[in-house]
Design a protein around this ligand. Sequence first.
Ligand SMILES: Cc1cc2nc3c(=O)[nH]c(=O)nc-3n(C[C@H](O)[C@H](O)[C@H](O)COP(=O)(O)O)c2cc1C
Length: 489
Amino acid sequence: MDYHDTLDFLIDVFGGAEKLQKLLGVGPSALSNYRTRKHLPLIQARKLSKIAPQFGFNLDPHNLKISFKNENQNLEILLIITGGIAAYKALELIRRLKDFDFSITSVMTESAKKFITPLSVTALSGNKVYSEMFDFTEEQEMGHIQLARKADLILVAPATANFIGKLANGLADDLASTICLVTNAPIYIAPAMNPQMWSNIATKDNCATLLSRGFRFLGPDDGNTACGEIGSGRFAETGYIISEIQMALQKKVNKKVNNNNLEHLKLLDGIQILITAGPTFEPIDPVRFVGNRSSGKQGYAIAASCAAAGASVCLISGPVNLETPGGVRLIQVETADQMKEACEKEINADCVICAAAVSDWKPIKVANKKIKKTPETNPKISLTKTPDILSFIGHHPSRPKLVIGFAAETDNLETNAKNKRKIKNADWILANPIFQSSASVFNSDSNEIFFISDKESLYWEAKSKISIANKLTSKICEYFSCFQQKEVT
Ligand SMILES: Cc1cc2nc3c(=O)[nH]c(=O)nc-3n(C[C@H](O)[C@H](O)[C@H](O)COP(=O)(O)O)c2cc1C
């Protein structure tokens, strides 16, 4: 489907151009502008993705792909309801997930049962509710291990501060927390609590621990919380939770849906890919840093695309303002040194893609207090080179089979990129021309690439960063399928 078709399709499914304009809060000229520029801003796509479930489908805001509800049959969500005031919202969530044909099995903590009854949960989900750890009958018919293993995804909604704390500390003192320790399924957490509780350092630390272990958070939102206070801690919108769950399960869903990503869906199964993305910030003092304008969008799009093609993806990211793509393990870093260290720990991958815009220099000395502004003197900041991560990986004794680097170049693009490939011992270089102002290149949603390998020099015309990511993923699929064939023969 080309972009015009995609937009026309969206107009149709959302009930016509006028309806879509209303939903987006724009006039006819903006819509025609999106068509001309072949670009629906992500913020608008997200708006549509939030309301799409009301129209009977889900929309992936990153690639505008639509999946219809009956595609979810046989996908099993284990919903853990914990004891917060927002527990009643789990009922609405179950109803909506059922509308999308997910199969829901629910587990309630003892506290959750003080807020809503297991009977309501059973009635809405159409399945038995589990709660007891030491119940002979329950263990016999569906024990904690089977419950954990049959789930395609575990959703904790609402998640109390207490339950988040238990997960972060690996406690297993009730059925719900034990299941979370036993499972192989991805765990999604939708916290809901009093804003003070959410901003408490203990809760923050627990969430950071869980994030670093690959748990995903949905919300919380800002606004009026169920306990009556205003702030961050509100249970996320049901539509948002459903669309994120749908996206997370897209890999399984895609196996049943005939969409245009199918051809390379399984091709990266079993392949480990390490990706770096975003800028690095090199501190001058506790508040200032040397950095650059990289948004991280290209690296994140590649991570999403490789994960959708079945790869196991580790994304090492500098400071960005982007959501972690579903199924991707994120390691957050700030400086070039931290990025290099994280890359070294994760180097046992099959492929590495260095898409981060690593700062070239860092201050030699970092002041441990904020440097004071004085009328007489300007501070002198001496810089030194940061580690060259691509070259480090390219020459590493455990070098991954396929090493890919990015090069932002202003002139002599092809020659510079070819030289860079050799010097860094990379297999492929993706060079982006920076002809426009740097701000537009780094923040834009599109990119233009010269692909350089030892055999090829190709031009990939300006396309969305998602399209470029898909193109690169296809190339990686080709590479690994050839490689596997060579290994077999
Ligand atoms: C009326 C009431 C409302 C509560 N609401 C919340 C809440 O929204 N979020 C939360 O984290 N804890 C809330 N709590 C505290 C939890 O119920 C308490 O921490 C409990 O131990 C959680 O148990 P669980 O995590 O096993 O479900 C509330 C307690 C009461 C009495």
